[in-house]
Write a protein of this length. Structure first.
Length: 413
């Protein structure tokens, strides 16, 4: 690709900087039950109301004693039992030990627990068959989580890893950001709803369906404005209504250079364009800007381009607007490619790939095949992007390439 075809294109890094700079959280907050908080974002630091564990307890099944009472040769009589939920009452008598089970509270006077395997029962009491270390096998109160400590920071996504932790602390409600309101619509006379018979020259509106699925995974509130025909008047009215109702407006199609691509000119009228046209493939015609109230992202019309630009650009923007401060961009790493790849210099190229391991456990990647922006089947076959540098050309089998694994937005759960 020569310079005249890449003039005016901005890099992915420049686009992300413009997308994410100075964007404040767009949402208010609400207090909701813990049982309804999956995939929500914490709006405050969550502080532990208790110690975990709440009391000193035994890490082993065995016997507890006072270390100072052990002389290394005399059996110690068993003075009682301490089980989880049935602790020993009172203080351990001097010169004795207590039968204790894992998780049971440590009785008064006990400072050491010896596991069952290192003891021997005799008529006179319990013998300890190995040297004893003072303080062993006791979990201290607050050793895991101290009362008053921050267990989850503001901006944390609540999921399977976090919610049981909060439940273990007895936290029944959490303060979270309200869900981001996202308006979506597609543009084009040729688009038809999924499930409706196609007429001559028509195609199914898969982009809006794809965007909706990804927004659901990001737990956004979706305002679906449907398919808008190639009419400047109807498209402008849709923009006005969407801007009034949403925090973010996402359209699909209409940001290219065709005669019926009105999105860009309407955005010029109703707001301002931050950037338009990226030096990436697929996905060059991506628009970002600001309407009167809402932010705006215009996705390309080709299905692969729409999905890719949503993944690489809209996903981190939504994380920022949603208050998800701990969101991380996918990690890239290098592996050899076992199939040749076609590429022209000029744009950063995201090809769909299949990462796997050979018989020696060594990772390598292969192409899914055709990489056209209309070949959406490549996503169903792939588990990663093969990311080829902007000025790189064709890649031969055996060369090393950057790989970016799909996160939960694209991979099967």
């Amino acid at each position: 690709m020569d310079a005249c075809h890449t003039a005016g294109l901005i890099s992915l890094e420049q686009a992300l900087e413009k997308l994410l700079s100075n964007k404040q959280v767009m949402t208010g907050t609400e207090s909701i039950p813990l049982t309804e908080s999956t995939q929500r974002i914490t709006a405050t630091d969550i502080i532990s109301p208790i110690n975990v564990p709440p009391f000193d307890n035994s890490a082993m099944d065995g016997y507890g004693l006072c270390f100072a009472d052990w002389d290394g040769k005399t059996p110690m009589p068993v003075a009682g039992k301490s089980f989880a939920g049935q602790p020993m009452q009172g203080e351990l008598p001097r010169g004795t030990c207590v039968r204790i089970m894992t998780g049971a509270p440590i009785p008064q006077g006990v400072d050491t627990v010896i596991m069952q395997e290192d003891t021997q029962e005799t008529e006179q009491g319990i013998m300890f068959t190995r040297p004893i270390k003072q303080g062993s096998n006791i979990r201290k109160a607050g050793e895991d989580i101290a009362q008053g400590s921050c267990v989850l920071a503001k901006g944390t996504l609540l999921s399977t890893a976090q919610l049981p932790l909060l439940a273990s602390l007895g936290i029944a409600t959490v303060e979270v950001y309200r869900r981001l309101k996202v308006a979506i619509f597609s543009t084009g006379d040729e688009l038809q709803a999924v499930g409706t018979p196609l007429k001559a020259g028509q195609i199914y509106d898969t982009n809006r369906f794809t965007v909706s699925l990804m927004l659901e995974k990001l737990n956004c509130e979706i305002l679906d404005f449907g398919t808008i025909p190639d009419s400047p008047e109807k498209l402008k009215q849709t923009f006005i209504e969407a801007d009034q109702q949403a925090d973010l407006v996402i359209s699909s199609g209409g940001v290219s250079v065709g005669e019926a691509d009105y999105t860009k000119q309407i955005l010029d009228e109703l707001g301002e364009i931050g950037f338009w046209k990226l030096a990436i493939k697929p996905g060059k015609p991506f628009a970002f800007g600001k309407l009167n109230s809402a932010w705006f992202c215009g996705l390309p019309g080709n299905p692969v381009s729409a999905a890719l630009t949503f993944y690489q650009l809209v996903q981190p923007l939504i994380a920022r607007l949603n208050g998800h401060s701990q969101w991380q961009a996918p990690i890239r790493f290098k592996v050899p490619v076992i199939t040749p790849l076609k590429k022209s210099p000029g744009r950063l190229d995201f090809q769909r790939g299949i990462l796997s391991a050979n018989e020696n456990g060594e990772l390598h990647v292969a192409t899914t095949g055709q990489q056209g922006s209309h070949v959406f089947s490549s996503f169903s076959l792939a588990n990663c992007f093969i990311v080829l540098e902007r000025e790189r050309g064709h890649v031969a089998a055996g060369e090393w390439v950057d790989v970016e694994m799909f996160n939960g937005l694209l991979k099967s759960e």
